[in-house]
Design a protein around this ligand. Structure first.
Ligand code: ADE
Length: 248
């Protein structure tokens, strides 16, 4: 899968995308992350990529032309146009669901805004979707683009070492994750729950499911409605509610 990120700050993208799991996935050829410097496509002799807003007002606006030229440098020769996403607080809220849908694409172009915004005409011309990573305002679209790339990449087969791990965990199954422990057995007087040392796989599975239900109930009860719980889950959830004094 290929990600082309249109940005005024390619160094921000490079600083993150070369490390850890994303770095390894690129070395393995599973993903490709390109930062395309919009400024390189400015016709201005000072490489200007922003200008004052028509109609006045504070701040600067990113110019349409350098963004369009940067975009055309990527898609100019391609037969199928990649899905192009503009990261903006005005977009649809990003979710695990969205990540799953995007992971089925072979190629994404991500446009990172800055300053007071981007000339509307280039958005109309090249953007298919607008995505926000949350209801707060950041200084630019680079961190949101990296959040999206990270979240989508880990769904691509082979990117996580253990193939099971992306399917198994938090939010993917609609619930928060059960608690995890590793050595030592005692830490500051706190023991690892005995069940995890029992070697009884089936009992451990039940305990973990119960813990996942309990955590979701206590930390994110809003998720329970959409979690698609089985009869057994619902029974366990009732027990947990009773234990926690939360029965209705
Ligand atoms: N640019 C600035 N803030 C943003 C946000 N919350 N999501 C996506 N892009 C942004």
């Amino acid at each position: 899968m290929r990600f082309d990120i249109l940005t005024l700050f390619p160094e921000l993208i490079m600083a993150v995308s070369g490390s850890s799991i994303l770095g390894r996935a690129q070395q393995k050829g599973l993903i490709e992350i390109n930062a395309v410097n919009i400024r390189d496509f400015s016709r201005d002799k000072h490489k200007k990529a922003d200008d004052y807003p028509y109609g006045g007002g504070s701040g600067m606006v990113m110019m349409a032309e350098p963004i369009y030229e940067a975009y055309m440098s990527i898609v100019g020769d391609l037969e199928t146009k990649p899905l192009t996403i503009y990261l903006t607080p005005q977009g649809k809220l990003f979710s695990q669901e969205t990540a799953k849908r995007l992971a089925s694409h072979k190629h994404l172009v991500l446009l990172c805004g800055h300053y007071e915004g981007v000339d509307e005409r280039v958005i109309e011309e090249i953007v298919d979707e607008e995505i926000s990573i949350g209801d707060y305002v950041l200084t630019g679209g680079e961190l949101p683009a990296l959040v999206l790339v990270d979240c989508v990449s880990r769904l691509i087969p082979g990117v996580l070492g253990n193939e099971g791990s992306s399917a198994d965990e938090s939010l993917v199954a609609g619930l928060l994750e059960y608690p995890q422990y590793t050595r030592p057995y005692v830490f500051l007087g706190r023991r690892v729950p005995d069940i995890l040392l029992s070697g009884h796989h089936a009992n451990i599975q039940v305990w973990r499911r119960r813990q996942a239900l309990k955590r979701t109930l206590l930390k994110r009860p809003d998720l329970l409605e959409r979690a698609g719980l089985s009869q057994e889950d619902l029974k366990m959830l009732e027990e947990v509610k009773r234990e926690e004094g939360l029965s209705d």
